[in-house]
Design a protein. Structure first.
Length: 138
């Protein structure tokens, strides 16, 4: 990891250069001045949607995946929400908290739009970042 970097965990894709620059700027405006983001991938090992699994069991599995991805204890990280994984993102933020003691700062690069009755997932062209630790602990 760079000397002045924040660990940024993702499942499917990293941030675009433009969104990364916006994230660094937004963090700097909050007093967190970083040179870069240090990306680490969380393996895409979620069960198929047709395979039922309880949220509690999945959180236990996800905690293991976070430990294997070297998520540090006692440090807040960034988490890039997966494209087709809102349920997993919610469960992952809980797993982050249970492993590290901090909910992650979540960046959601995807949005769902409607085209008639069909939902289409598209990449946002702006930063959508939420400090989930501030949301849940204040």
């Amino acid at each position: 990891m760079g000397t002045n970097a924040m660990l940024t965990f993702y499942v499917d894709v990293k941030l675009t250069e433009a969104v990364e620059a916006d994230a660094l700027s937004a963090l700097a405006s909050r007093g967190v001045k970083l040179e870069m983001l240090d990306y680490r991938r969380i393996p895409f090992v979620f069960p198929a949607s047709s395979h039922p699994i309880t949220n509690d069991r999945m959180i236990d599995v996800l905690k293991g995946h976070l430990r294997n991805a070297d998520v540090p204890v006692g440090v807040q990280s960034l988490f890039v929400v997966p494209k087709d994984g809102i349920r997993w993102a919610v469960l992952l933020q809980e797993a982050f908290y249970l492993v590290t003691g901090y909910y992650p700062i979540m960046i959601q690069p995807w949005q769902i739009t409607l085209d008639g009755d069909e939902e289409i997932i598209i990449r946002r062209d702006y930063l959508h970042m939420i400090d989930m630790h501030a949301v849940f602990t204040q």
